[in-house]
Write a protein that binds this ligand. Structure first.
Ligand SMILES: Cc1cc2nc3c(=O)[nH]c(=O)nc-3n(C[C@H](O)[C@H](O)[C@H](O)COP(=O)(O)OP(=O)(O)OC[C@H]3O[C@@H](n4cnc5c(N)ncnc54)[C@H](O)[C@@H]3O)c2cc1C
Length: 461
């Protein structure tokens, strides 16, 4: 993979264009460390951070194919959200409900933990814990979200975790003519993701972690990571490659790379912000299957995302043309929420790949005998979950008796997705069907719920 020059880096996303990171050298020789980490996204960086917090003398090296924050961690919507993919099936099963509730609480706490670390380490990533507003923009979504409030309450989560806002209460936070009400949760912070990445890189450098850019792992074996210009020998190797995992020999079909696409507007005038609100920088979206998510940035733009798609053969794409239809669709969705935005300039358009495991459940794991540990499969909710994963990996590697090591996502590595063309056909059919039935009912139930049940059934087969 050729190294990107400064200009190409800045073109990757709005976040890359508005934060810098000093260049880091590639690995040029064999080295010997205690822990080698493959992948310089949030998973790898947080793991290194907590390893050094537990044992400052530990020698840790990170091999990153491009530069830290090249992947999803530098390109995302910046929602450090206290939610995690795959929780619905954990809550639904009486055998796993209690442990799932513990995991959920640990995720809430993780949003504050990111705030704590960034404050204490002086990482200025524009962290603002304004909560998240899930807008009921259609009658079916209102029904769905009201039911969700009831569902959380039945699991023991109170109004301090999730509460329904009537339309007039929503308007105190965010003003959209489409909002019929909203589900509000305080457990979310807006961040500038690439500033968070680069801040962590800086802190890790000061703590003595060696980070190598332009250093792709071509093979991971027991005790050794092979890269083009040298090997990293280590008794423990952490795999933190998320959507790019497919390209590692022996790890094909573990995580499906799925694209999410984003736009950023020009900075908006105070008059426009008076009409929209979001004074506390609450993140916002609605429950449509297409997935939309937005944040008010610290420099008063809206960064807004929408689902992209999957490419045959798990192909990884790194370049996106600004003319792609999906960007226009995202803009239309944003204008539907806030008609006052009609005609404002969109200054940045980009995309990125997130990783989806076959059962949609992220995992953290370790195999001591093989000298290997891993974490990933966060789907589109990894900004905060990677922090919990990093803390948990550090605990597991250093054999700490912490409340994290028996959380229910600690377990075996990922199952395998089907070979092509089944994978492509399956994902495509579920997406088309989901979009067509979005907001409708099937047999008296919201179609999204019926489709999820069908999906869960397929996954279990
Ligand atoms: C557009 C978009 C929007 C999103 N929005 C949100 C959001 O708002 N909130 C949220 O919670 N989540 C969001 N996500 C998901 C979230 O960004 C990810 O879950 C999270 O960043 C995953 O971090 P990671 O470190 O595991 O993976 P990544 O950040 O993808 O890092 C993996 C790294 O490994 C490197 N790598 C790959 N192969 C090799 C190799 N062979 N050798 C060495 N290095 C290698 C890559 O270059 C990459 O830097 C979004 C994702 C995208 C794409």
């Amino acid at each position: 993979m050729p190294e990107l020059d400064e200009n190409a880096r800045r073109n990757l996303s709005f976040w890359h264009a508005t934060a810098s990171q000093p260049p880091l050298p590639p690995l040029a020789d064999d080295i010997d460390v205690d822990v080698a980490i493959v992948g310089g996204g949030f998973t790898g960086l947080w793991t290194a951070y907590y390893l050094k917090a537990l044992d400052p003398g530990l020698e840790v090296a990170i091999a990153e194919a491009n530069f830290p924050g090249y992947g999803a961690s530098g390109r995302n919507g910046g929602w450090a959200v206290g939610e995690m993919a795959g929780m619905a099936t954990r809550f639904a099963d009486p055998a796993t409900r209690e442990s799932a509730i513990r995991l959920q609480r640990a995720m809430f706490q993780t949003v504050d933990e990111i705030g704590r670390v960034t404050r204490e380490e002086g990482i200025d990533c524009h962290y603002a814990k304004g909560g998240t507003v899930n807008l009921a923009t259609a009658p079916a979504y209102e029904e769905h979200l009201r039911a969700e409030v009831g569902h959380w309450a039945s699991l023991g989560f109170g109004k301090e975790d999730f509460r329904w806002l009537e339309a007039d209460e929503v308007a105190q936070r965010i003003r959209s003519p489409k909002a019929r009400g909203a589900l509000f949760s305080p457990h979310c912070a807006a961040v500038h993701p690439f500033r968070l990445v680069s801040g962590l890189v800086d802190v890790l450098g000061r703590k003595g972690v060696q980070i190598f850019s332009g250093t792709p792992a071509t093979q991971i074996e027991k005790g050794k990571v092979t890269t083009p210009n040298g090997d990293i020998k280590a008794s423990m190797v952490v795999q933190a490659t998320e959507a790019y995992t497919d390209s590692l020999p022996g790890h094909r079909r573990q995580l499906l790379p799925f694209y999410s696409m984003m736009i950023a507007t020009e900075p908006l005038s105070p008059e426009i912000w008076d009409e929209i609100g979001l004074e506390a920088r609450e993140t916002f979206g609605d429950p449509r299957r297409m997935v939309i998510y937005g944040q008010r940035t610290a420099d008063d733009r809206i960064a807004f995302g929408a689902r992209g798609g999957y490419l045959f053969g798990s192909k990884i794409r790194s370049e996106f043309s600004p003319d792609e239809k999906v960007f226009e669709e995202a803009r239309r969705s944003l204008e539907e929420l806030f008609p006052v935005l009609e005609g404002v300039g969109v200054t940045h358009r980009w995309g990125g790949a997130l990783g989806i495991p076959r059962d949609w459940r992220p995992v953290v794991g370790i195999d001591r005998r093989a000298g290997r540990a891993w974490a990933g499969g966060y789907v589109g909710e990894g900004v905060a979950a990677t922090n919990l994963a990093g803390r948990t990996l550090a605990d597991l590697i250093l054999e700490q008796d912490s409340p994290r090591v028996d959380l229910p996502w600690v377990g075996p590595s990922f199952g395998k997705w089907e070979p092509e063309p089944l994978r492509w056909l399956g994902v495509g059919i579920m997406n088309r069907l989901g979009d067509r039935l979005d907001g409708r009912e099937l047999a008296g139930e919201p179609a999204s719920r019926v489709l999820s049940s069908v999906y869960d059934w397929i996954v279990k087969k």
